[in-house]
Design a protein around this ligand. Structure first.
Ligand code: FES
Length: 129
């Protein structure tokens, strides 16, 4: 059996939503200290709906495929629903990851949560002004 599923290879070779959003409403950056990989997520949010999402990942094939799939999963979702995205759901959507590569999908979950937290903090700040 191949180490990586066709979906992992597809998202690694043709990542969706790769790039940067200028003036993003939420930005999250996380890293894994053990492997040194870094993932950054940018969100555009209108009326609590994620209208656009882009990512930059300096990391392994599984991390790139996980970020790409995660952006596809949350695009168009409500903020509260995107908060519930788990690394397991990302890995399942990719038709699985090797066990020792599951931590790569954790980066995607954490990057999205960090970006959503950033959005919440910013919008609370705006409400107080
Ligand atoms: Fe570091 Fe995959 S090996 S995220």
């Amino acid at each position: 059996m191949a180490l990586y599923s066709d979906k992992v290879m597809d998202h690694f070779l043709k990542p969706r939503n790769l790039g940067v959003i200028e003036n993003a409403d939420g930005i999250g950056e996380v890293g894994n200290a053990r492997c040194g990989d870094i993932m950054k997520m940018y969100l555009k949010i209108d009326d609590d709906i994620i209208t656009d999402v882009k990512f930059e990942t300096f990391g392994c094939a599984s991390a790139i495929a996980s970020s790409s799939m995660a952006t596809e999963l949350i695009k168009g979702q409500r903020v509260e629903d995107a908060m519930k995205l788990t690394n397991k759901a990302v890995a399942e959507a990719l038709d699985g990851l090797p066990a020792y590569k599951m931590h790569c999908s954790v980066l995607a979950e954490e990057a999205i949560q960090a970006a959503l937290e950033d959005y919440k903090n910013k919008s609370q700040g705006n409400a107080e002004n």
